[in-house]
Design a protein around this ligand. Structure first.
Ligand code: CA
Ligand code: CA
Ligand code: CA
Ligand code: CA
Length: 198
């Protein structure tokens, strides 16, 4: 067993090899290595668990992915995609098992999800449905300024999910001129009448 024999947080034993996970996330392996079962692929970091098969080894990383190495005669080192979301692993003599936890936002399209890009994207909403104008889900990444659940215009949010501006009331130059002229005419009439009265 390699020294120092300290800081181990997990361990596993295969047919003729042993593995231990250190507190820093690295794996130490020793014993029979004729199939490379002790050659941890770089980077040897971020491991949270390890399992030993007969002549192969698997490590679970903190990001939920699995790394496998050693003999691969039964494809035991080819982790089926998606290699993500794993929370527990187990190794048999020539096979492995992994328990996956799935959720919307894990970046993997699971059952009942239309899409999953690990968050809002140009094509996928954060609720794992396709990004669409009028679906009632605001997706600013997809260019939506608003989404009122319809594609009708003239209700504040138009058919392409852009905010509609309120019409700003304006007074035309013609109107102002007419108003000024009529006021002027009124004053003229008033003063003319006052003059006429004198
Ligand atoms: Ca998912
Ligand atoms: Ca949607
Ligand atoms: Ca939308
Ligand atoms: Ca609308």
């Amino acid at each position: 067993m390699p020294e120092p024999n300290t800081d181990f947080v997990a361990f596993a034993a295969g047919w003729a090899h042993s593995l231990g996970v250190k507190a820093d996330g690295s794996i130490v392996a020793w014993g029979a290595n004729h199939s490379g079962q002790c050659d941890v692929p770089p980077p040897n970091a971020d491991f949270v668990a390890v399992e030993a098969g007969g002549y192969h080894s698997i490590g679970l990383k903190a990001d939920g992915s699995i790394v496998a190495w050693g003999t691969n005669g039964a494809n035991q080192c080819n982790v089926p995609p998606p290699n993500a979301g794993f929370v527990t692993v187990a190794a048999g003599m020539h096979h492995n098992l992994g328990l996956r936890e799935v959720w919307c936002g894990d970046g993997v399209v699971d059952t009942d999800e239309e899409c999953d890009d690990g968050g809002e994207s140009t094509t996928c909403d954060s609720n794992c449905t396709f990004a669409e104008c009028g679906d009632g889900t605001l997706n600013t990444t997809a260019g939506e300024e608003c989404d009122d659940g319809n594609t009708q215009p003239d209700d504040g949010c138009n058919a392409t999910c852009q905010i509609e501006q309120e019409p700003i009331p304006t007074v035309s130059a013609w109107g102002m001129t007419a108003l000024a002229l009529s006021l002027l005419a009124g004053y003229k009439l008033y003063f003319r009448r006052r003059g006429a009265l004198r």
